[in-house]
Design a protein around this ligand. Structure first.
Ligand code: ADP
Ligand code: MG
Length: 336
């Protein structure tokens, strides 16, 4: 549905986005993930038509829209701060784009009711935005963005202003709402959890470039380098002899580095690695520990099925550890 090829954007001769090529199939959600300042918003603005690319093309539904003005692209935008009209009720905010297009009142009212149901705000129509929580306000902004059934929805950090717990819940809701609406969407975020919760595909950006892209599970399972792995939420990256030892224990030799999840090492009586407990604590469903592993140094590990919370090992205790091959990613290269 959306196809970018060779898109570069510069501000005063300084490149902010460099040679980005990406495709988003109809009905899918692409997350553009990267650290602050890497060019995510600039890329989104170029797709929206708010910045003119220095080179490259933006194609939507087979139509080259690179030179088409923003309001003729049929896209909708939503930002971190939903920018609701404070003096209009929730229903009026959602109806706003429909009124601009002079849709009949009955059709508008029906569409508003449908959208409020979609975003879980039935009964909120007469409230003013100032009386809503931050999460509710973002739902209203989302309903408004979806009102005219845009062919592409562009979301710039839509949950970033919310606190962590709420952000997590709303990310799941956002996924459901986008899938139910059948919208093709591009979501910009610096939060890997949000990208995983919401998107089908992911593009990882660094210094203006896309360094890796593909289905979310593929990117997660095979980060392109150590920096990508750490940004995606892996706990540690080992290289050299330490990587070789872990990969051999996992039965996946042959890579030069390895990224480990916090739960990649597991306490197992017959485990391949020997270690000493540094610290340990029980959570409701597992025992988490830090172990000094022979030849590897201090690493996180979790208690296997045989290690009940009631038997948290004491510091100094000897443990054997196994490596769970499903909880690590061999890396082709340690550096970017
Ligand atoms: P992100 O959204 O990933 O945080 P941005 O796209 O906002 O990154 O910014 C990318 C780079 O472009 C940054 O170095 C930023 O300072 C610069 N930049 C962004 N907007 C402008 C602008 N309007 N004028 C000049 N430089 C800008
Ligand atoms: Mg930004």
């Amino acid at each position: 549905m959306l196809s970018l090829s060779g898109v570069s954007v510069a501000y005063d001769g300084v490149d902010a986005v460099v040679d980005v090529s990406l495709d988003v199939p109809a009905g899918e959600v692409l997350a553009v993930l990267g650290a602050s300042g890497c060019g995510k918003s600039t890329l989104l603005r170029a797709v929206a038509g708010l910045e003119a690319p220095r080179s490259g093309t933006v194609v939507a539904d087979g139509e080259d829209v690179t030179r088409v003005p923003t309001h003729r692209r049929g896209f909708a935008l939503m930002f971190q701060d939903g920018q609701l009209f404070g003096h209009l009720t929730v229903a009026r905010n959602v109806a706003y784009p429909l009124r601009l297009r002079r849709r009949p009142a009955a059709e508008t009212a029906a569409r508003v009711a449908e959208l409020l149901e979609l975003v879980g705000l039935v009964g909120y129509g007469d409230r003013l935005p100032g009386t809503l929580s931050g999460g509710e306000q973002q739902r209203v902004a989302l309903a408004r963005a979806l009102a005219v059934r845009p062919r592409l929805l562009l979301l710039d950090e839509p949950l970033s202003a919310l606190d962590a717990g709420l952000r997590e819940r709303l990310a799941g809701d956002l996924r459901r709402i986008l899938v139910e609406a059948g919208t093709t969407a591009v979501l910009v975020t610096h939060d890997h959890e949000e990208a995983f919760a919401v998107a089908d595909r992911m593009a990882l950006m660094r210094a203006g470039r896309v360094v890796q892209h593909g289905p979310v599970a593929d990117v997660w399972g095979a980060p392109v380098d150590a920096e990508a792995a750490l940004f995606l939420g892996y706990a540690r990256v080992l290289d050299g002899a330490r990587a070789a030892a872990v990969l051999a224990a996992a039965g996946r030799p042959g890579a030069s580095a390895v990224a480990l999840r916090r739960s990649a090492l597991r306490v197992e009586p017959a485990g391949a690695l020997a270690g000493t407990v540094v610290s340990a604590a029980a959570t409701p469903d597992q025992v988490r520990l830090v172990a000094d592993v022979e030849g590897l140094g201090r690493l996180d590990a979790v208690g296997g099925p045989g290690l009940a919370a009631a038997r948290v090992p004491a510091p100094g205790a000897a443990v054997r550890l196994d490596v769970d091959p499903a909880r690590l990613a061999p890396l082709r290269r340690a550096r970017g």
